[in-house]
Design a protein around this ligand. Structure first.
Ligand SMILES: [Zn+2]
Length: 103
């Protein structure tokens, strides 16, 4: 792998950027264009973790739309989780659903 110089898309605002090898606006799941975007993602994830205790809640129609459009764009599952604030199983559920409908 080594140093990764590829262009990345910020999962929060969608802006494309080329991170340097010293890039600090990143976490275990994604890279962000700015500190502000990284914080936003963190806050969404905190909310998500709290929500996990409520088991598999139903997604709102708005969340479903968001998840579906991100899946169709080919966004990585973990980025969809952060972006839409949903669980991995929810993302996987809709990936299957799309595959069934379009495949
Ligand atoms: Zn951003």
């Amino acid at each position: 792998m080594g140093i990764d110089v590829q262009e990345r898309r910020c999962p929060v605002c969608g802006r494309e950027f080329v991170p340097t090898s010293q890039w600090v606006y990143r976490d275990r799941v994604a890279w962000f264009c700015t500190y502000g975007c990284m914080r936003q993602a963190e806050m969404r994830r905190e909310k998500l973790l709290k929500g996990k205790r409520r088991m598999q809640r139903r997604l709102t129609p708005k969340e479903v739309d968001r998840v579906l459009s991100l899946i169709r764009k080919g966004v990585a599952i973990q980025e969809i989780m952060v972006d839409a604030g949903v669980t991995e199983s929810a993302v996987r559920y809709y990936i299957k659903k799309i595959a069934r409908a379009e495949g």
